[in-house]
Design a protein. Structure first.
Length: 135
């Protein structure tokens, strides 16, 4: 699952969009398809509700209760510099599209990467990891 971890409010939180229904809820709440919403973030043509809905629904997808997610956005999103909330929401939507650093690190164990780098056989390590993942 494409998760994003970030400090929001009172501590580090997990954000995710693990289901189609949650992504469709985001589209409905913002009035934009997921691709258009992502493009709005890239071009900084987003609305305040875009930012807050990505955070709120991302929190829910990451395991926060709906009531707690709404409370966190209300308390820590409003009245703070918008750049803080935008940075969190942008990280969440970017992880939805491209995965996260945690996902990438888990793909090939680090000790195998180090060994491959030492021997110069990175292609072999990637192939072996791919074979392990498809078994």
């Amino acid at each position: 699952m494409n998760q994003h971890k970030a400090f929001f409010g009172d501590g580090e939180k997990t954000f995710a969009f693990p289901t189609r229904e949650l992504i469709e809820e985001l589209e409905m709440k913002t009035g934009h398809g997921i691709g258009a919403l992502f493009r709005r973030f890239r071009t900084q043509d987003f609305s305040l509700s875009d930012v807050f809905e990505v955070i709120r629904l991302g929190l829910i997808g990451g395991g926060t209760t709906p009531a707690e997610a709404a409370r966190l956005v209300s308390v820590y999103g409003v009245g703070r510099p918008l750049a803080e909330s935008f940075a969190v929401a942008d990280g969440v939507i970017t992880a939805l599209f491209f995965g996260s650093a945690e996902d990438d690190a888990a793909a090939i164990p680090q000790d195998e990467l180090r060994q491959a780098a030492a021997t110069g056989d990175l292609a072999g390590a990637i192939s072996a990891a791919y074979e392990d993942a498809t078994e």
